[in-house]
Write a protein that binds this ligand. Structure first.
Ligand code: SF4
Length: 376
């Protein structure tokens, strides 16, 4: 039985005291915690069912000895941030946007984190004033930068005053039109989403988006939903990103349930990330074929609003690409015809060999909404 945590749990002893790990696992958990940061907020601890050895929330945050198994293909910087970092805190990989990594800490530490070698206590907590000034100078000097993505670590651990300073400095740069904030805070520390913090994210004349990282429907607790509603009600659109994690959300019911819950919260699913090759995370990764099968299961069975783009960050810093599935196949010697698969797995030629069957008046009466669904 878990005891109610009143403060953030930062190590194996705290997890054991809270009833979230058995005491006989102390030594092995200590070995993992010596390598990778551990932190669970009370809100996350409360979501865990300690009686379930496969609890999907625990799997995301409670350390596992399998993390000490590092595979040859895994890398400390799996998506190649460093090779695209012209100044400290900036990652400039794509022409029109940069990451601005303000902090190196998070309220929770995800066991599959792609920046696990860079975040956590013991690293520098935040960009220094001088480094931030140099990062802002870099953005000012590059008129092609249309969008700045605040990330980290989790930028919403910063005090509202500090966030306001950064957002307003970005807002004063004419060519920056979009400020995007990536965070797990609305679900893992929803009470941090105060009116003051939300106000701090807005800059006059600029569009701010908040991208929520959520991986399981249970993360969208009543308090998390209320926190997200405060953001959206303040006029800030929300998107989501989900990491596909083995044993957490790699089944159609859970993934579909998560996407529907997000849309119910007025959050548009944006990315489903294939797990990155971060050290010690092989036990949490699925295969790309499994990810594609999950996307097929969502296709046509969940509303179009619930469809994220399944992406892989190509190792080495080559950016994200969509990894399918693909429903299209070129056919015919000229390659000008395609076979397209519908959501039931049936293939259709396009253009069709014969005129598309027209509906009889009876059919039209049976499906009166069909034509209307395509308009607007
Ligand atoms: S919140 Fe993001 S940066 Fe922080 S540990 Fe989780 S995945 Fe990594």
């Amino acid at each position: 039985m878990a005891r109610l945590a009143t403060k953030t749990l930062r190590g194996p002893a705290g997890l054991i005291a809270a009833g979230l790990a058995p005491s006989e696992r102390l030594a092995e958990l200590e070995r993992v915690a010596a390598r990778y940061a551990v932190s669970l907020t009370p809100e996350v601890a409360e979501l865990i069912d300690p009686a379930d050895p496969h609890d999907p929330i625990a799997r995301q945050f409670i350390p596992d000895p399998a993390e000490l198994d590092r595979r040859p293909e895994e890398h400390a910087d799996p998506i190649g941030d460093d090779s695209h970092s012209p100044v400290e805190g900036i990652v400039h990989r794509y022409p029109d946007r940069v990451l601005l990594k303000l902090v190196h800490v998070c309220p929770v530490y995800c066991r599959f984190c792609f920046r696990r070698e860079m975040v956590g206590p013991g690293r520098r907590r935040a960009l220094s004033r001088a480094a931030l000034a140099a990062a802002l100078d870099y953005i000012r000097a590059h008129p092609e930068i249309w969008e700045v993505i605040l990330t980290g670590g989790d930028p919403l651990v910063l005090a509202p005053r500090r966030l306001r300073e950064v957002v307003h400095a970005l807002g004063a740069i004419a060519h920056v039109k979009i400020i995007r904030v990536h965070s797990r805070v609305p679900v893992v520390a929803p009470d941090r989403m105060t009116a003051e913090l939300i106000r701090a994210l807005k800059a006059p004349g600029k569009a701010t988006y908040v991208v929520l990282h959520a991986n399981h429907p249970r993360e969208l607790s009543a308090r998390a939903r209320a926190a997200c509603a405060r953001v959206v009600d303040a006029g800030i659109p929300m998107l989501s990103q989900t990491v596909l994690v083995r044993g957490v959300n790699d089944d159609p019911a859970t993934l579909g349930g998560l996407m529907r819950s997000l849309v119910e919260c007025r959050i548009k699913p944006y990315y489903l990330h294939h797990g990155d090759l971060a050290p010690g995370t092989a036990h949490l990764r699925t295969t790309i074929a499994a990810g594609q099968a999950l996307m097929r299961a969502l296709h046509g069975r969940a509303s179009g609003l619930c469809q994220p783009t399944y992406v892989l960050d190509i190792p080495g810093g080559h950016g994200k690409s969509s990894i399918g599935p693909c429903y299209l196949e070129r056919v015919g010697s000229a390659g000008d015809r395609v076979a397209i698969e519908d959501f039931n797995g049936r293939r259709h030629l396009y253009p069709p060999s014969s005129p598309t069957p027209t509906r009889s008046p009876d059919e039209a009466q049976r499906n009166p909404g069909e034509r209307r669904e395509r308009s607007g």
